[in-house]
Ligand binder design. Structure first.
Ligand code: 5GP
Length: 137
């Protein structure tokens, strides 16, 4: 059982901000910015590509409500919504979750977003073609 399932089962404590039949939202124990909230399905799915569409729909709709609540309740100026898949992408807990992170003007956090470039238009096109080929529906 993963740590988020233990939170769902109340085997370990968490500070819950929202709950319904299928979904739980609780405070991240290691916030990027204070107020950082995680939205999870009560049933474990992982990764996003293995998660049913109806579960993803519920998750993003709850994440939207949490984002609005962070702006209204915390006075956030903006919100980052993130979702990691796989260790290479920084995922630690193998139970799908959406990060909802409140952002404030001058909060001092900077994503290490080092934009790179393609060698050529052809290289970009080749990669785009491989993605198109990967689309199954
Ligand atoms: P990931 O890196 O998998 O996308 O994010 C996992 C998140 O879960 C991290 O931001 C981490 O701080 C949070 N986290 C890990 N263990 C616990 C826990 O026991 N309780 C809570 N509330 N958050 C946790």
């Amino acid at each position: 059982m993963n740590i988020f399932e233990k939170i769902v089962n109340r085997e370990i404590p968490a500070t819950i901000v929202y709950e319904d039949e299928d979904t739980l939202a609780f405070m991240d124990i290691g916030p990027i910015i204070k107020g950082h909230t995680l939205v999870i399905p009560k049933i474990c799915y992982d990764p996003v590509t293995e998660t049913p569409d109806e579960v993803l729909t519920k998750l993003i709709l709850v994440a939207k409500r949490i984002a609005a609540a962070q702006m209204k309740g915390l006075g956030a100026d903006g919100v980052n919504i993130m979702q990691n898949n796989g260790a290479a992408a920084g995922q630690e807990v193998p139970h799908i979750h959406i990060h909802v992170i409140p952002r404030f003007e001058g909060d001092g956090h900077h994503w290490n977003w080092n934009a790179k470039s393609y060698e050529s238009a052809e290289e970009m096109e080749q990669l785009a073609e491989r993605i198109r080929e990967g689309l199954t529906e």
